[in-house]
Design a protein around this ligand. Structure first.
Ligand code: PLP
Length: 218
């Protein structure tokens, strides 16, 4: 069995969705997974995503998983499936504006800062609550909040990683209950090649895996 099929089997058992992270990888490498049935791919740079979208089959569901600048939102809204990395109120207002222009309801996740490193993007609790208050006041008719995303500290300490993922799950439950979010607020995007098993044990519904499928990036 291929590495891909093995992973798919493992995830299916747990009802976890696989986002194949194809950043820096060639269209040919993407097509080889596509031909095995993979339809959800994740990219972290808008420019690279646009090129791949142009050239690859149109039934691919593209996920933007990296930091997104407001001035680039307009390029991806027409086709992007899910934006995992919403990390500011300003960005949300721009997504609302661009989605409204083309009459689209855009699915997004809010990226929450859970790591012990200061190099990673994400919202803190205060910012998350501020966003939810704007949402409750009816500011985002063209945005569908599907859940939260987070990245754990890059460490070998499994307990530390588990604690951070538990923390994200607690944020998820708190936000969902406090703001009466609908059924479709159901996703917790957490887990990469190195920590996806820990993420699944702690409630992940979506893992973003690159290196394990495509080999290490150079
Ligand atoms: C690159 C990346 C991943 C995948 O990491 P791997 O170690 O290759 O599995 C997941 N999430 C984000 C946000 C990334 O930028």
């Amino acid at each position: 069995m291929s590495k891909y099929n093995q992973l798919i089997e493992e995830l299916k058992e747990k009802s976890v969705q696989l986002i194949a992270v194809s950043k820096t990888k060639s269209e040919k490498e993407i097509m080889s997974l596509y031909e095995q049935g993979q339809k959800h791919f994740g990219e972290n740079k808008v420019q690279e995503l646009l090129g791949k979208y142009e050239n690859l089959p149109k039934d691919i569901h593209w996920h933007l998983i990296g930091h997104l600048q407001s001035n680039k939102v307009k390029y991806i809204i027409p086709f992007v499936f899910l934006i995992h990395s919403v990390d500011s109120l300003k960005l949300l207002f721009e997504i609302q504006k661009q989605a409204q222009k083309i009459n689209k309801i855009q699915d997004v996740l809010l990226q929450v800062f859970i790591a012990k490193e200061d190099s990673k993007f994400g919202l803190d609790m205060k910012e998350l609550i501020e966003i939810m208050e704007f949402y409750q006041a009816g500011n985002f008719p063209n945005i569908q909040f599907r859940g939260l995303m987070g990245m754990a500290t890059n460490t070998d300490d499994a307990n530390c990683i588990a604690t951070e993922f538990q923390n994200l799950k607690e944020h998820f439950i708190y936000i969902k209950e406090t703001y009466f979010l609908p059924e479709y607020f159901s996703e917790i995007s957490m887990g990469m090649s190195s920590d996806y098993k820990i993420a699944i044990e702690n409630g992940s519904t979506m893992v973003r895996i690159g290196a394990m499928l495509f080999g290490e990036r150079v």
